[in-house]
Design a protein around this ligand. Structure first.
Ligand SMILES: [Zn+2]
Length: 325
């Protein structure tokens, strides 16, 4: 015991010395540095100079639910080695992941699930998956969330206001003479779609869809291009009246709309997975909402469809798109 003491002391001294020598951040992957450099430069641009000298950004194979983990006291960020994480993320989602974890590890911030009036999160430090919080096409959102990251007292942005003033930007009561809906019959699908005078709410017609058996799904589609006058940050609500006759199996009827820029899909809002539309019922209104409209949208497509595993008959009428300012 007596003989061992100097050895223990030596080890402690060695460890202490090693810690003191570490005055530059350590990266297990060179791509991590790109995002730390960006973090520091965004901080500097806002008048902050965070100390990242003790920071270590390393891979972890034990993160099962999240792609990253920021440890405040240890000045450490762990990035999951799972294939669906770092390697697959877009540049913007890598930034969001790394900035959130650096919020813990460097800025000492905790999770905060507070919301803005429009329902968006107040901060990128909320618990859960932050991917898609902002995208390259929403620079105003990125600016606010970065301002707030470095200064939690940042005032709420104007786009975060509650949106209550409605304007109808698209309305179709399904009129036989001027129908512009396409029924898209996909390969391997037994589903059929026709303009129908059997059941309707308004104007004598509706869009009918029938699925006689389990098959690939088909769908009704309406293209709105270019989109009508909708402002960045407006809330957009699609409402559709749906009549159901013996719809069973799978997700049933699905109401959705998608927004594309000239180069990619920006959003897809759908009832699938959240609002089951099944059974037998007279015309009932269903809504799908987009909380933040993106100006880069060059076309909107409305989809009325039935899930592949579903069977039965549906009628669609009074399809309306409303913007709220
Ligand atoms: Zn977190």
């Amino acid at each position: 015991m007596k003989n061992k003491l100097p050895f223990v002391l030596l080890v402690i001294l060695a460890v202490t010395c090693k810690k003191e020598e570490s005055t530059a951040p350590v990266f297990e992957d060179p791509t991590f540095k790109t995002y730390l450099d960006r973090f520091v430069s965004e901080a500097n641009a806002r008048g902050f100079n965070p100390d990242v000298s003790l920071l270590r950004i390393i891979y972890s194979d034990t993160l099962n639910y999240y792609c990253g983990y920021g440890v405040q006291v240890a000045h450490q960020v762990q990035i999951s080695t799972r294939a669906t994480c770092w390697a697959q993320l877009s540049d913007t989602d890598k930034e969001i992941l790394m900035f959130h974890e650096l919020g813990h590890a460097v800025l000492g911030r905790n999770h905060d699930n507070a919301k803005l009036a429009n329902g968006d999160y107040k901060t990128m430090m909320f618990a859960g998956s932050q991917f898609g919080l902002y995208v390259p096409e929403t620079p105003e959102r990125r600016k606010y969330y970065l301002d707030e990251l470095f200064n939690p007292s940042t005032p709420p942005p104007s786009w975060g206001n509650i949106k209550t003033t409605p304007t109808i930007v698209f309305s179709d009561t399904i009129n036989y003479a001027s129908n512009k809906w396409d029924f898209v019959q996909r390969a391997g699908s037994y589903q059929t779609g026709v303009l129908s005078a059997e059941k309707f709410v308004t104007a004598g017609h509706s869009l009918k869809m029938n699925s006689p058996s389990v098959s690939a799904f088909s769908y009704w589609a309406y293209l709105i291009a270019p989109p009508p006058d909708i402002k960045e940050g407006d809330r957009l609500v699609l409402s559709v009246k749906v009549r159901l006759e013996g719809v069973s199996g799978g997700n049933g009827v699905i109401v959705a709309f998608r927004g594309d820029s000239d180069s990619r899909t920006l959003y897809l809002q759908t009832t699938q997975g959240s609002v089951p539309i099944l059974g037998t019922a007279d015309f009932t209104e269903y809504r799908v909402e987009l909380p933040y409209y993106i100006n880069a949208t060059s076309r909107i497509i409305i989809y009325l469809m039935m899930d592949g595993p579903s069977q039965g008959t549906a009628y669609f009428d009074d399809i309306t798109l409303i913007k709220y300012e």
